[in-house]
Design a protein around this ligand. Structure first.
Ligand SMILES: [Zn+2]
Length: 77
């Protein structure tokens, strides 16, 4: 079993992790790669930022439904 991933494999696992659980071994390999690869480290940071932003938006849209946006039938969702 190899202990390093290519950037392509790392990116694939990162995106898989969004929708599906990845194995513990895959997660470890991913963490190792991100530690040694600046590009993928940046990619992870961007993914984490987007996840946080999405969560914050969901919370906002649930709690603050009476915003002053006016009637908008084509709400994104
Ligand atoms: Zn990489």
């Amino acid at each position: 079993m190899k202990n390093t991933l290519t950037c392509r494999e790392a990116a694939h696992l990162l995106l898989e992790d969004e929708d599906h659980d990845i194995t513990a071994a895959e997660r470890v390999a991913l963490q190792v790669h991100v530690k040694i690869c600046f590009a993928c480290e940046r990619f992870v940071a961007q993914l984490n930022f987007m996840r946080r932003a999405t969560r914050a938006w969901r919370k906002h849209s649930e709690t603050d439904a009476d915003a002053s946006a006016g009637p908008d039938p084509g709400s994104p969702g």
